[in-house]
Design a protein around this ligand. Sequence first.
Ligand code: SF4
Length: 331
Amino acid sequence: MSLQVNKEKDILLDIQGLQKYFPVRGPLGRLGGTKNYVKAVNNVSFRLYEGETFGLVGESGCGKSTTGRTIMRLTEPTGGSAVYNGTDIFQQSGRDLRKIRKEIQMVFQDPYSSLNPRKRIGKTLEEPLIIHSIGNRKEHTEKVMDIMQKVGLQTEQYYRYPHEFSGGQRQRIGMARALIANPKLVICDEPVSALDVSIQSQIINLMQELQEEFKLTYLFIAHDISVVRHISDRIGVMYLGELMEEAPTDKLFATPLHPYTQALLSAVPTPNPRIKRERITLKGEIPSPLNPPSGCIFHTRCPYAMDRCKIEKPIKKELQEEHFIACHLYD
Ligand code: SF4
């Protein structure tokens, strides 16, 4: 973990009421006479402090990747704001948006699919410098060589093609491409989930070293809570497009308060085998985001659900310092 989070520290990114709804096509799209939407992200709010790693965790399909992609404007938001260094990303266009994009980069789960198979790696890494008009040709080559070394690649690999690299090396290329334009914030979307466990720790360690060196802030998105725990200063837990709980990592693991977080953590092995946690098995399947439950979105699977939970949506509140939760149990 990179730093002790201090509320007085500068807020780098402030997400408020983020919504991303996808219109449903086909016969289901007009069911009941009204236009239907999949609410992939619904009213999500959180902040990123400069220099920290904020982990966003939840089961697959909970909207965490859509959150990252919407902040980057790879998909347009339905509502809310994303204020980066005082400027709302969602209100920018053209040159102003490009300027912000230079400072916010993304690392994807599968860097191979975003690499041009017919382009040598050196040329691929040069692209962000050309797009953002940074330096001249000679400087491009120097910068590419430099970043390749920093992410643990050999400079001789400059002339190689993507298929000549292993999965771990490709993720190093993904990091190099994200960092070459000197960003402040990196959104990492499942950066290690496609890698072998032994390679995962190498890449996570590399990311931590690069964070120190480049003074980076990370939004780290992953479904594996053990990985998120290892790298994050604070963690937000998402379920069906909504943020259920948010807390500093140690606090979240010591005292998870939301019934969903408790279930999620009960499946994580403890470092000390003598400490046994009772495994909580949730009933039923994750409901369809096309027809999400009323009231608390988790009530159909919650072991503590009350009548009120079916009607009234809990509002996220700060229960203890920096520990936020959306649950009627704590009203
Ligand atoms: Fe469970 Fe109710 Fe809390 Fe939702 S609000 S998590 S249903 S107790």
